[in-house]
Design a protein around this ligand. Structure first.
Ligand SMILES: *[C@@H]1O[C@H](CO)[C@@H](O)[C@H](O)[C@H]1NC(C)=O
Ligand SMILES: *[C@@H]1O[C@H](CO)[C@@H](O)[C@H](O)[C@H]1NC(C)=O
Ligand SMILES: [Mn+2]
Length: 585
């Protein structure tokens, strides 16, 4: 309406302007010229105002009909499927908190602390009954700069869903958080809680940042319950989470247990059901999910506990038994490896590990971890430490997995003498026993004799590389020494290119001579073996790589494009070197 009126004024103004201009066109009268100028200015002003008004109304219209138009962070993972109804200021706050924590704190702060989460247990779980006189439990929540509302929600869910006579205490372990609200505001909240339940919630605060392993140990030291549950603080427990764990430990004090984690999405905080899987690891000692043993599947009851090679991090154990076997290795820094160390130690030193499907915990999976910008470094260090203490003749597999030299890798793994003494004192079994009896799915890699980058003497700055993915044509490429250029030579004469798999159920990619043409190929090793393809090569350090079947050599040659290419041809005596040698060959 307003625009229409202004347009009318503008049109009239223009007509007046023209008429006045025409009648005084020849006039030199300054008064006339001034008037003309005034009219002209007014017309311009109205024109500009009309334009601005149009822009303003367009913006308002967009805000009403399509809010995604004002998405401030179109690339942020937080706003991918959440937050369309937020104002710009709210989006800024939510994004800032998301960057800080790795999950949706803005939403967490607005959800009820006692929110209901779906019961994701197997239906059989609801019909199980447990002994009345179960051991008591101390729940330890460890954190570093966690969101206050997330910690409060964890406390709420634990006190709501654990029978009061079984819950000995909740111990918060603060690994030297810097956020202010985790001090006074949290303490006030704890006091409030403890008014009705004296001593129920305790808090331990580190005087410096000491890492996950030490935080878990600090909680264990403070605990007084018969059983300890060492959890992250970004969790909510499900209905009847504690009873199946306590019943299992009552029956056997040497089992170390893990509940099953459901995934809480970092953006919407919705709970996604996860089924029970075993917890395990690869030779990098990264943890991963794994299938249970065949017996568990034959039993056809997914509510029953299953044996597991390791734990992911969350663990429940008889407090004294955990102490007897050495709690956790406090020589571990920052993050990673400590859970694998525990898994191996429990099995080798007289206990076992089980995943308990009827005990469920919803766990927020962060979009990014706040501990350290590069988790690889502490992870490598911790993995080498585990290898040195526990892996016996298999310890070089950790070096192979991380593409480190066997000796003089230059990384300080700390003092391991105390942990080695513990291993002796407890008379723990050799790692070979673990491989044969607990985790036979882990490939022993016993045939590998050389690993790392593969160079031709003619072009030392270039490395054999797996080439474009997807694809099966290896290439020559500037050396960067990452996984696409990790090569392995084994006793059988196979050459894997582009990484090596840790598990026997996986297959590597073998260098193959297709028999015709000049281009080498990569082929699934297991399949190639069945088909009788040409995947076996004679090679010794500093010498030719020659196919046993076709007698052609892997060589390089300059193409018409002046680049060097990887080719197969009649041997001309080119020499190859692999980065690391395990056994002279
Ligand atoms: C809003 O705008 C975006 C991008 O212009 C478009 O993809 C989307 O379909 C629109 N949504 C609605 C509800 O109009
Ligand atoms: C959560 O707490 C509020 C306030 O104490 C109560 O009114 C509500 O019923 C509770 N909700 C659930 C699901 O327990
Ligand atoms: Mn976690």
């Amino acid at each position: 309406m307003r625009i229409a009126a202004r347009v009318r004024v503008l049109v009239i103004g223009v007509i007046v302007y023209i008429l006045v201009y025409m009648s005084f066109i020849k006039s030199e009268d300054p008064e006339v010229l001034r008037r003309l100028k005034r009219i002209e200015d007014q017309v311009n002003k109205i024109a500009i105002e009309i334009k601005n008004q149009k822009v303003r109304e367009a913006v308002v219209e967009h805000k009403i009909t399509n809010k995604t138009e004002v998405k401030k962070y179109p690339k942020s993972l937080l706003f991918k499927s959440w937050g369309t109804e937020l104002t710009e200021e709210e989006q800024m706050e939510a994004e800032r908190q998301f960057q800080q924590f790795g999950y949706n704190v803005f939403l967490s702060n607005r959800l009820p602390l006692n929110r209901t989460i779906p019961d994701t247990r197997d239906i059989r779980c609801a019909t199980k009954s447990y002994p009345k006189d179960l051991p008591t439990i101390s729940v330890i929540l460890i954190y570093f700069n966690e969101a206050l509302s997330v910690i409060k929600r964890a406390i709420h869910s634990i006190t709501d869903k654990t029978p009061a006579h079984l819950l000995k205490e909740i111990i918060l372990v603060d690994d030297y958080s810097s956020f202010e609200d985790l001090q006074l505001a949290l303490d006030e909240y704890i006091d409030l809680f403890n008014k009705d339940n004296p001593g129920l919630i305790k808090k331990v605060r580190h005087k410096r940042h000491m890492g996950l392993a030490k935080a878990r140990v600090s909680g264990w030291e403070e605990a007084t319950g018969q059983v300890v549950a060492i959890l992250d603080a970004h969790i909510e427990v499900h209905k009847e989470w504690a009873e199946p764990l306590l019943a299992r430990i009552k029956a056997d004090r040497t089992v170390v247990l893990s509940p099953v984690f459901d995934k809480v999405l970092f953006d919407t905080l919705e709970v996604k059901k996860y089924n029970a899987r075993a917890h395990a690891f690869d030779w990098n000692l990264w943890c991963m999910y794994e299938s249970f043993r065949p017996e568990w599947y034959k039993n056809k009851d997914p509510s029953e506990p299953g044996k597991s090679p390791s734990v992911m991090g969350i663990l429940v154990a008889e407090r004294q038994f955990l102490g007897e076997i050495g709690v956790l290795d406090e020589g571990m820094t920052i993050y990673g490896g400590e859970n694998v160390e525990l898994g191996i130690r429990v099995w080798l030193c007289g206990g076992s590990i089980e995943v308990v499907p009827c005990s469920k915990i919803a766990h927020i999976e962060r979009a990014h971890k706040p501990y350290s910008p590069d988790l690889r470094k502490p992870m490598i260090r911790n993995a080498l430490r585990v290898a040195e203490i526990w892996l016996d003749e298999y310890k070089s597999n950790v070096n192979i997995a991380w593409n480190l030299p066997l000796k003089n890798h230059g990384l300080d793994i700390g003092d391991v003498s105390e942990r080695k003494q513990l291993r002796n004192k407890l008379k723990c079994k050799p790692f070979k026993w673990y491989l044969e009896n607990v985790y036979p799915l882990l490939d022993t890699w016993k045939d590998i004799i050389g690993y790392g980058a593969l160079n031709n003497d003619l072009k030392e700055k270039f490395c054999v590389d797996q080439g474009p993915v997807p694809g099966s044509v290896p290439i020559l490429y500037g050396c960067h020494y990452y996984k696409p250029q990790h090569c392995y030579y084994n006793r059988n004469g196979e050459i894997y290119i582009g990484g090596i798999k840790s598990h026997t159920y996986n297959s590597n990619r073998c260098l193959m001579d297709p028999g015709s043409g000049k281009t080498p190929a990569l082929h699934d090793c297991k399949n190639a073996k069945v088909k009788g393809l040409s995947i076996y090569w004679d090679f010794s350090q500093g010498n030719a790589i020659k196919n046993r079947n076709t007698n052609r050599c892997l060589e390089i040659s300059q193409g018409e494009d002046s680049y060097y290419h990887l080719i197969l041809q009649t041997c001309t005596g080119q020499k190859w070197t692999i980065q690391h040698v395990i056994k002279d060959f």
